[in-house]
Design a protein around this ligand. Structure first.
Ligand code: F0G
Length: 458
């Protein structure tokens, strides 16, 4: 008999979970203004809000914490981190930052100015926020395949080369760089192929532009290249990473995802002029150049995390769990962005709550229903997160309306996946009775989803 697949690690430390009653959850939802970001974490049973900073560190990472060098300048832990990053990416210049958006803030402060145009594949909301806050424009050049959630295609995170070329033909003088997000979070944790990264490089070279990878989930992207793209089956994850980054000029990194730490980030680049320009913003915003907002011990743990998470077995264990959840949803007929993404399942709310108009935010409504059902906290990646158009101030209803179930790394078991799938099935079975969505009572101008106040629609 063939042995079944199992995790490539065992568990040494546990944390209790608390269940709640439906009445309690109803009360808590009201107090949270129907925005799950406003819930207390102890009001949540299974927390799928994000895979960011919510993973479990390994024994080696905890051991590394004890060895952290907390020197203000020139800490050994910085050099350990820098050497690891250089080995994995090939980038010589490294600036630590306290998380991914801080890396964006520092680098974009140096590179983006009012009126600029930054093409890419579904810029993440903080990335878009940092572009739009500088009165520049993020232009989404993602392949159209990503919009059809039921289409099975291996690399739905790709950049459409034709769309990218068009932006450059029309606005090359306004483009400071191209940004490619690997994996493409907003489109459903969908990967970008090596072939596509090469195409982007070729177009960038033709127009004399540089390319940044938003690399929060670069290791998961490498896993998909290995398992889905022709010619990569026999290559190691580390070899694939080197090949991917050879096609970029620099990266911004939220280390809270594929770095397997709870807080941290960095900028890395091959270009000294970018490094010099970014330095000037790192010191006032983040801190001196060899810590940039991170503790020495955190840099030490991150160096180990990057090393561990660029190994095949670690990634296989992780992606296998996401695929397991997807297989249960398939059994129940619940529609999600296909195929399953690297870090999450993205439920297509428009195919579930068909009686709720866009204006009443179907994905947010489904997020609320899932919490109400079982205390499971997902996250709307849809019309609320899309914010308003910076010029017209209209809601942006052009994209997809997802509930993201992000799976933290090494945190929950497959039994939790069974609970999640069953809770979703219960909501799905009563979907036709859900006819009322939500309305916005208060919202911030940018990145409104974190703080928006909602109420049941009239
Ligand atoms: N880029 C991508 C692709 C991201 O997914 C994130 C964060 C960031 C940049 C910003 O990094 O949080 O460290 O400042 N994504 C989290 C999420 C928050 O839930 O998807 P950060």
């Amino acid at each position: 008999m063939e042995l079944p697949f199992a995790e490539s690690w065992k568990i040494k430390m546990i944390e209790p979970l608390r269940q709640s009653s439906r009445e309690e959850r109803e009360e808590w939802l009201k107090k949270a203004h129907y925005n799950v970001f406003q819930l207390r974490a102890d009001q949540v049973y299974i927390d799928l809000l994000t895979d960011s900073g919510t993973g479990a560190m390994s024994d080696r990472q905890w051991a590394a914490l004890m060895m952290g060098d907390e020197s203000y300048a020139g800490a050994r832990s910085f050099f350990e981190l820098k050497d690891t990053i250089t080995r994995i990416t090939g980038f010589e210049f490294v600036i630590p930052t306290h998380q991914g958006r801080a890396a964006e803030n520092v680098l974009f402060s140096a590179l983006v100015k009012a009126g600029d145009i930054v093409p890419g594949n579904s810029h993440f909301d903080t990335t878009k926020g940092h572009i739009e806050a500088r009165k520049a424009f993020a232009v989404d050049c993602t392949v159209d395949e990503a919009k059809d959630t039921q289409l099975e295609a291996p690399f739905k995170g790709n950049v459409d080369p034709k769309k990218l070329e068009k932006v450059l033909e029309e606005h090359a003088d306004k483009v400071p760089f191209i940004i490619v997000t690997i994996t493409n979070n907003t489109a459903g944790g969908q990967p970008v192929s090596m072939k596509n990264l090469r195409e982007v490089r070729e177009i960038a070279d033709r127009f004399g532009k540089r390319v940044i990878f938003d690399s929060a989930r670069f290791a998961e992207n490498a896993y998909f290249i290995k398992t889905r793209e022709e010619g990569y089956a026999d290559r190691s994850i580390k070899e694939i990473c080197r090949e991917m980054f050879a096609l970029a000029d620099g990266m911004t990194m939220s280390a809270k995802k594929d770095g397997l730490v709870n807080m941290g980030g960095f900028i890395a680049t091959r270009w000294e002029d970018w490094y010099e320009a970014a330095k000037a913003y790192c010191i006032p915003f983040e801190g001196y150049l060899t810590y940039g907002g991170m503790n020495g011990r955190d840099m030490a743990a991150l160096a180990v995390g990057l090393e561990e998470n660029t190994e095949f077995d670690m990634l296989r264990t992780r992606i296998h769990q996401v695929e397991f959840l997807a297989s249960l949803l398939d059994e129940y007929g619940i529609p999600y962005q296909r195929p399953a993404g690297g870090h999450a399942i993205f439920i297509d709310a428009s195919l579930v709550l068909t009686k709720i108009p866009k204006e009443e935010f179907p994905a947010q409504t489904l997020t609320i229903e899932l919490y109400r059902e079982a205390g499971i906290r997902g996250c709307e990646i849809g019309y609320i997160l899309a914010d308003r158009d910076p010029v017209t101030r209209e809601n942006r209803f052009g994209g997809l309306d997802f509930v993201r179930l992000a799976i933290p790394r090494r945190t929950y078991t497959d039994n939790h996946m069974r609970v999640i799938a069953a809770a979703l099935k219960n909501v799905y079975d009563r979907r036709d009775e859900i006819t009322r969505g939500v309305k916005i009572v208060w919202e911030a101008e940018l990145m409104r989803h974190f703080t928006v106040k909602l109420a049941p629609a009239d």
